[in-house]
Design a binder for this molecule. Structure first.
Ligand code: F0G
Length: 345
């Protein structure tokens, strides 16, 4: 075995790059596909977690960003911009540093997790907090990139999906074939579209199961949501940019796009942390919440091989993690006090 070279080098022949494309990489991709023991037992299936929180900035966005930033540099851009619920901005900020570009990000004020805010700031991005939703931010960002010399790196940039499709390649390469079902959270709907593209390019066709938060479920409802709400701020999106592509992925694969409640998302988050040892962010838990939901509805035959993408690292949102946990006990420097507090006496 040799060292992982980043996804552009690993899958160069399947990506729109040439020998002269300047590859901007943090060696993203090559993430773990972890067997999910508890979720497998609960469903009677062979379930794996594609742990995208193991990417350099802690989410799957790095897959799209290595492509989008490399192509932006190739095309002569000096500055990039994105709208974000947090992870895209964290990734864009880091890859912009790597490429020597300036980076601007528009985020919905008060609706992004603290770790993501920290990442954009520490990488020196210019961060504007908009008094509106992600959808408002994306509309503004599109207009800015049309009218000013600044390149858009949201997933409406086609290079983003090209990079993100490599996660499907990795899964097929690792399992020696596609899963029967692939479960994935849906926000702006780029990632489900990218996976479907990747699976198809590999000549495979798992059923794509996408899950939105019930307060932010435009595709499930069949209409945009003006005031989306959910605890899973990463997927708090009311008018997804890749809506049609996501519906095509669902329909062509014989899949579903369903809603899961915040309660189901929080329960899956806790299950992953406490029974699988995998710390993900709330939005990521929507894939597992969705699988359990679909299983309860009888949509999942026993014995199926299933991959759930868990899209981002739990460390992104320490506030949520701490607020749901028991407060730590404080003790003096005293072994007896420690033993007592640990119920060892
Ligand atoms: N999970 C996480 C952790 C995300 O950050 C996102 C999207 C999704 C799932 C949904 O993926 O949009 O391709 O359907 N986050 C974007 C952002 C919107 O700005 O970071 P999608």
């Amino acid at each position: 075995t040799r060292a992982w070279r980043g996804l552009i080098e690993e899958y160069r022949d399947r990506l729109p790059v040439s020998e002269t494309t300047p590859v901007v990489t943090l060696l993203e991709g090559g993430t773990p596909l972890v067997p999910a023991q508890r979720v497998s037992a609960l469903t009677g299936c062979e379930v794996y977690l594609k742990v995208e929180g193991a990417n350099p900035t802690g989410s799957f966005k790095d897959r799209g960003m290595t492509m989008a930033i490399s192509k932006a540099v190739e095309e002569g851009a000096k500055a990039v911009i994105c709208a974000s619920t947090g992870n895209t901005s964290a990734s864009a900020a880091a890859y912009a540093v790597r490429a020597g570009l300036t980076c601007a990000v528009l985020v919905p004020r008060g609706k992004i997790a603290m770790g993501k805010l920290a990442q954009a700031l520490v990488h020196g991005a210019t961060l504007l907090q908009v008094e509106g939703s992600f959808d408002d931010c994306l509309e503004m960002t599109r207009k800015l990139s049309e009218n000013y010399p600044i390149a858009l790196v949201n997933s409406v940039n086609p290079y983003r999906l090209q990079g993100q499709k490599t996660a499907a390649f990795e899964i097929v390469d690792t399992l020696g074939g596609a899963p029967d079902i692939h479960c994935i959270p849906v926000g702006n709907a780029g990632n489900i579209s990218a996976y479907w593209m990747g699976y198809q390019e590999y000549g495979t066709s798992p059923r794509m199961f996408g899950f939105q938060a019930s307060g932010s479920a435009p595709i499930v409802n069949g209409a945009p949501v003006t005031h989306p709400h959910t605890i899973a701020t990463a997927i708090r999106i009311g008018n997804p940019a890749s809506w049609q592509l996501a519906e095509a992925a669902r329909d062509e694969s014989g899949g579903v796009i369903q809603a899961v409640t915040d309660r189901q998302i929080a329960a899956a988050y806790k299950l992953l942390a406490q029974e699988e040892g995998v710390f993900v962010e709330l939005a990521s838990a929507a894939s597992v919440a969705g699988l359990l939901h679909a299983h309860a509805q009888g949509l999942v035959e026993p014995g199926q091989r299933i991959v759930c993408t868990v899209t981002g690292n739990g460390l992104k949102d320490p506030d949520w993690a701490i607020s749901g946990a028991p407060a730590p006990v404080t003790i003096p420097i005293d072994v007896h006090a420690a033993a007592s507090a640990l119920d060892l006496l």
